[in-house]
Write a protein that binds this ligand. Structure first.
Ligand code: GDP
Ligand code: IMO
Ligand code: MG
Length: 426
């Protein structure tokens, strides 16, 4: 049985990572977020209540799980405290949550700069979540960020003063109002005091836990096609959302990763800009959007809808080293007469099975579809593969053939109970 398992988005995010992570966390000792920030919106439903998480790992509802915000994350500290307070109001003590001392702090000026950058791009905007993610990672890579360990230290006054001076030069050059240092410092100083008890050396803790044979689940945010290296650049997020980010974002080395499950919608969705090969917009798309409640968890933007894209999932298999699939939202397709599946792209008369590096090339790719018959029966209560209508079984089988991966888990509704495990993974 696997000791460490990565749950990774294999399309453009919102595949249902939160649901599956929470489900699998019952058997976990640790759940670790390794990248991103509160651009993520992970929805979890159990015992009649729906919860939405942005920064906090989806194992938080299980008191036996230690939840870690890894060093690869950029953490909006104000929003972290709000999220903790909300969970505490809902009855979860959150004594089991820790932040890496090496994680970067996401400040208000990052949010401001995200908005300014998007505005300046006009029609070419990325369509970010405007949570400051790009600017926070820009500072990190430019060796200009502030890490948690410095945020909670006595040196924060001096570090922050210099930072605000530099940010103000940037803002003035952009013809924007400069930021007032002292009130901002005082506000963040109070936040730092509240954050300090959460900040620890998570890298040593995780490696020690691994040596003791503890079970560790990694929860990806966003998805493979939004990865800054592997996604449809520049219409991507600013971190390594794919499984490659696990090591750099948590401090557990690559030899310690046992398995990687790709979370995949039974169709495709995307929010924000960028070419989306299987996208379509008609009555069927609208039906899928409403039935699947396809509105962003973080921004409430309507999600763009597309058919299942086998090229995307094969590419995701390659870059993530996927060992299996968790197929989500299968119930949403119930009632469709026929369902289209893309198994390859056509470009300049050639058939290809991978994602070109250039978005201009990608934009020329035309999906090659096959049509599979749909099913009418309600599947939201099925408890096994055998109980599915024949056409739903065939749909799953075809996805397995195209991707060369087993559908190890499938999901027929948002609730935790609507999860079917075909292979025990953890
Ligand atoms: P994440 O970002 O990958 O965690 O996914 P989101 O939470 O942003 O979006 C997934 C949405 O699908 C949420 O509203 C979930 O409650 C919902 N969901 C997850 N699995 C299923 C499923 O099998 N069927 C249906 N109908 N909804 C699901
Ligand atoms: P979860 O974890 C879907 C998208 C944005 C935009 C691009 C860059 O819930 O799956 P950013 O704010 O990160 O700079 O935006 O990435 N995006 C997501 N799309 N799910 C997410 O997270 C996303 N996080 C960012 O819409 O296109
Ligand atoms: Mg989401």
């Amino acid at each position: 049985m696997n000791k460490t398992l990565v749950v990774v988005g294999s399309q453009w995010g919102d595949e249902g990572k939160g649901k599956i992570t929470n489900y699998l966390s019952e058997k976990a000792d640790f759940v670790v977020r390794y990248q991103g920030g509160d651009n993520a919106g992970h929805t979890i439903k159990f015992d009649g209540t729906t919860y939405k998480l942005h920064l906090i790992p989806s194992g938080v509802f299980n008191p036996q799980v230690t939840n870690i915000l890894g060093n690869g994350m950029v953490v909006n500290v104000r929003n972290f405290l709000t999220e903790i307070a909300r969970l505490q109001d809902q009855g979860f003590k959150c004594k089991n949550v820790f932040i890496s001392d090496r994680a970067h702090v996401l400040f208000d000026y990052h949010v401001l700069l995200d908005g300014i950058k998007e505005e300046s791009l006009g029609a070419n905007l990325v369509g970010t979540t405007k949570k400051g993610i790009g600017p926070a990672y820009t500072d990190k890579v430019a060796r200009d960020g502030i890490r948690m360990i410095d945020f909670i230290s006595d040196d924060f006054f001096t570090i922050f003063k210099e930072k605000i001076q530099n940010k103000n030069k940037e803002l003035i050059a952009l013809k924007k109002e400069p930021l007032p240092f002292l009130p901002l410092y005082q506000e963040y100083q109070k936040i730092a005091e509240k954050i300090a008890p959460f900040v620890i050396d998570t890298i040593s803790l995780l490696n020690q836990a691994y040596s003791q044979g503890k079970k560790i689940l990694f929860e990806g945010a966003q998805g493979a096609l939004l990865d800054v290296d592997f996604g449809s650049y520049p219409f991507v997020t600013s971190s390594n959302a794919s499984a490659c980010g696990v090591c750099s974002g948590s401090g557990l080395g690559p030899t310690k990763i046992d398995a990687v499950i790709g979370v995949v919608k039974a169709y495709s969705t995307r929010v924000g800009s960028g070419y989306f090969p299987t996208e379509f917009e008609d009555e069927t798309a609208q039906y899928i959007r409403e039935t699947g409640n396809e509105y962003g968890t973080t921004t409430r933007r309507p999600r763009r809808i597309g058919w299942f894209d086998g090229v995307v999932v094969q590419y995701s298999k390659m870059i993530n080293g996927l060992t299996g699939i968790s197929l989500m939202l299968l119930d949403v397709l119930t009632g469709l007469e026929t369902i289209k599946v893309c198994s390859a792209y056509k470009i300049r008369g050639k058939t290809i099975h991978t994602i070109p590096a250039s978005i201009r090339e990608l934009e020329k790719c035309v999906p090659i579809y096959e049509e599979l018959p749909g099913w009418k029966e309600d599947i939201t209560q099925v408890k096994s593969f055998d109980e599915l209508p024949e056409n739903a079984k065939n749909y799953i089988r075809r996805i397995e053939q195209i991707t060369g991966l087993d559908v190890q888990i499938f999901s027929v509704g948002p609730d935790k109970t609507q999860t079917i495990i075909r292979k025990e993974l953890f």
